[in-house]
Design a protein around this ligand. Structure first.
Ligand code: COA
Ligand code: ZN
Length: 327
């Protein structure tokens, strides 16, 4: 295993995850989750969004969250920024990275950002001027890259156009996002190969939603085509509130588990991540879609059959537990 084969995980639960929760998560809980995540080996943490509190009420405490977290030198604390007002707030919070988001499906950009693509790009240019010399790393997300909920499929040519446009204005990292979870692994492999052929030096991140249960397959296809950076959300929660039918991101602990099982390093401590996922479940007060936090990693075995019997009976798969004589 070489450094070239290692992947970077960008944890987005505090942004993409919480933006779609039915209930507001207390600021103190967000800060506690951020601090726990900072100790899992993750190197990039999308901490919040500096967006309109009317558009995303759940993240109205973005500045307080940034002020409250304990920052690790090793981690890039990033935030989604849609416009100059958001950039002002992000600068005041000393973010390490801004994530500038535009949907290439024009209609979704209008629904989500109240802007045409041209208007978003004009905001990006101003934001890049505002952060010039600050040391803040500019990342740009191409949302609805595989399909728009209102316009349908998007073409690779439009994705490449967006990458070229972003790079020409000085955006360094680019995230290609399947906002509504319509991509399939073949298509992902082909698109990633095409992008890296034209832009071999690009810091490319893939962002998948598991809306149709193809999220991990898409991530592996992207990896096989050369991608080494992935967004994912603890527990697999999340989604864009302005995309009808949107569901959760790929689940971080499931993604890390898959990569580790495939012999691919992430630098993330899976056991710690699972502990934080359990904490997330208790903070949210409901189950999350992820698998590994419930089942445990596939290389962990149960100590005794009796424990297994207890867990089978507790999930109600059998009406009667096995008799004590065989437990
Ligand atoms: N942070 C905080 N407040 C903001 C803001 C920002 N980044 N941008 C605008 N506002 C406030 C304005 O101050 C104004 O407040 P007021 O009504 O009290 O005067 C209000 O929001 C409207 O401002 P305007 O510039 O007209 O924005 P808009 O209504 O056209 O909305 C966005 C544009 C981009 C701010 C809004 O659509 C948005 O925040 N979208 C983000 C959606 C999102 O995060 N989706 C999920 C992630 S993909
Ligand atoms: Zn998303």
């Amino acid at each position: 295993m070489t450094e070239d084969s290692k992947v970077q995980i960008n944890e987005v639960v505090l942004r993409d995850g919480l933006q779609n929760e039915p209930e507001f998560v207390a600021t103190a809980d967000k800060i506690a989750l951020a601090d726990l995540l900072s100790a899992t080996g993750i190197r990039r943490l999308e901490t919040t969004s500096f967006v309109s509190p009317k558009a995303i009420p759940n993240l109205r405490d973005a500045s307080e969250v940034f002020a409250g977290i304990t920052r690790s030198e090793d981690i890039h604390y990033t935030a989604l920024v849609p416009n100059k007002r958001g950039a002002d707030r992000a600068l005041a919070s000393h973010v390490d990275e801004v994530n500038l988001v535009m949907s290439i499906g024009e209609k979704h950009n209008l629904a989500n950002m109240q802007m045409t693509c041209d208007q978003s790009l004009a905001q990006f240019r101003d934001i890049l001027d505002m952060i010039a010399g600050s040391g803040i790393y500019p990342n740009g997300t191409i949302a609805t890259a595989f399909g728009c909920p209102f316009e349908g499929p998007q073409t690779p040519a439009r994705v490449l156009w967006a990458i070229e446009t972003y790079r020409a204005m000085g955006i360094k990292g680019i995230t290609v996002a399947d906002t509504i979870g319509v991509a399939n692994p073949r298509q992902v492999g082909q698109l990633v190969a095409l992008i890296l052929q034209d832009h071999p030096d690009l810091h490319l991140t893939l962002h998948f939603h598991n809306t149709r249960d193809l999220g991990l397959a898409n991530a592996l296809a992207a990896y096989d085509a050369g991608a080494r950076s992935f967004d994912s959300a603890l527990g697999g929660i999340g989604g864009c509130p302005y995309a009808p039918g949107a569901t959760g991101n790929i689940c971080t602990e499931d993604l890390v588990h898959m990569f580790h099982q495939c012999g691919i390093q992430t630098g993330v401590d899976l056991d710690r991540l699972i502990d934080v996922s359990h904490k997330l479940t208790s903070v949210l007060g409901h189950q999350t879609p992820g698998f590994v936090a419930k089942a445990g990693p596939s290389n962990k075995h149960h100590g005794r059959l009796s424990q297994c019997v207890n867990s089978i009976s507790s999930i109600g798969r059998y009406e009667q537990p096995y008799p004590a004589s065989i437990a």
